[in-house]
Every structure is written in C-alpha cells, then in structure tokens.
Write a protein that binds this ligand. Structure first.
Ligand SMILES: [Fe+2]
Length: 257
C-alpha cells in the first residue's frame, strides 16, 4: 500500500457547506497554522460573502467598488513597478502591501478560472522559514531581524526589516523581492540564505475554479509561477473580524544575550 501525504490544500480545507457555517474552523486554522483553504467559491458573490464573514475588507488601489480585486492579465499596465501581479509573469515570494506601515493581516485569493498552463500558487510558512534559517544560517537570520535594514517602496514606502520581533515572543515576516525592495548592505550578503530556504520550503498549490486560500499576511509569503491563458482570480484584503496575534511564536528567546 502506498501512502501519500496531504497537499497543503487538502490539509487545510474547510468545507463551506450550508451558508459558510464554518467560520470558527477557518479562524482556528488561521490562528494556529496561519492558512486555510476553501472551495466552492465559484462566483464573485460567494467570494465576497465569505470574505466579509472573515474580515473587515480594506480596499486596494486596483480593487473594484466591492473591494475585491480582479487579478488577471492587464497587459501593458502590469509592466509598471509594483504591478507585476496584473501580468502573466512569475512573482517571487512576498508579503502583500509590504510598503504600507500596516499591511492587511489577511489575504484571500480565489481562482475563478485557472490558467491554460502555469499560474500555480507557491506558499511559504514564515514560521518554518524562521526555524530553518535559525538552524542553517543563524547569523543571516540575526541580520534579517536588524531594525531598518529593508525599505519597501511604492508611493511613500516603509522602512522595516524582514523579521520583526514582537512582545510575547512572536515574530512576523515582511518581504518583497521586486524592483521596489532595497536592502541594507549589511543584509545583502545574507539574502541568498533566505532565497535558498524559501525554495526549500515553499509549497505548490494548484487552484481549480472556486478554490482559494486565506493566509495571515504577517506569517505566510505568497508567490506565483508565470502562466499562459486567461487566468482569473479574485483577491480580498482586510483585517480579521476576530483579532489574532501577529506572526508566529518565536523559536528564540529574544531577551537572551
Ligand atoms: Fe501578492
């Protein structure tokens, strides 16, 4: 008999039968794992209803009047810095809206129409990333937590660091790797450790129509492979209706010398 481990999608899916009655299950997954997957959201109205149940929606400059953003290839517009998500190219692992002082805590992405090929989602758990760096490259990890060593800019921009330490021994992650990211020379020599660790950890999710994922944006990074065809996804950003502590529990006692 062969055994197969569950995919990330299968391991975190909550059936949304009967009017989305499983809000508490989804919230529990978000609180403990930082991710939940959903299916059956095959219309814009269903996506919006689910999003409103989970979060207070925050509009995005590219969102429609209902605060959902339609993510599809918009051609030339996607070639402007920071707008690559609206093209067909690969997107490296990032935090959504990393250049805001307070990025939205939750991001929901639901597929309405898969690409003809490609367009897979790649998710990286910041908690696992932090643990792997602690094991393999502790010096690099220390540099990634140095205050004010990363600048993420579109519009005003935000001076930050890749890993932020919070009270209660929690850590959050904030990253972008496109042309709008600038890193301190102190940090630059260590970034290859980060990229290698992300590649080792990221999990591929192939979404069919109606399937999606909801992540805590202070814990999970998301990425996308390039694609061909008319891929259509809907995205909601916002803050959870029930507060959850930031990021993930640290594997390090910060107070130690
Ligand atoms: Fe994104």
């Amino acid at each position: 008999m062969t055994t197969r481990s569950l995919t990330l999608f299968e391991a975190h899916v909550t059936p949304l039968i009967g009017g989305f009655g499983r809000t508490s299950t989804v919230m529990e997954l978000l609180r403990t794992r930082g991710v939940a997957t959903v299916e059956g959201l095959d219309t814009r109205a269903k996506v919006l209803a689910f999003a409103q149940q989970m979060m207070t929606l925050v509009p995005h400059p590219d969102s429609d009047p209902d605060a959902l953003t339609t993510i599809r290839d918009r051609g030339a517009a996607s070639r402007r810095p920071g707008l690559a998500g609206l093209g067909t190219g690969e997107l490296l692992a990032h935090t959504e809206r990393s250049s805001l002082p307070r990025p939205p805590r939750l991001m929901l992405l639901v597929c309405q129409q898969p690409a003809a090929s490609g367009g897979d989602v790649l998710l990286t758990d910041g908690r696992a990333l932090h643990a792997l760096l602690l094991e393999r490259a502790p010096r690099a990890l220390e540099m990634m937590a140095l205050p004010d060593t990363a600048f993420y800019g579109d519009g005003g921009g935000h001076l930050s660091q890749i890993f932020t330490r919070h009270r209660g021994e929690r850590v959050s992650i904030r990253l972008r790797q496109d042309a709008l990211a600038a890193f301190s020379p102190l940090l630059t020599p260590h970034l290859q450790h980060l990229r290698t660790a992300i590649e080792a950890l990221q999990q591929r999710v192939t979404l069919d129509a109606g399937q999606g994922y909801l992540i805590d944006n202070s814990r999970w990074l998301h990425a996308r492979t390039g694609f061909c065809g008319d891929r259509v996804c809907l995205r909601a950003l916002g803050d959870p209706r029930t507060p959850i502590p930031p990021g993930f529990p640290s594997q390090i006692h910060w107070s130690a010398p």
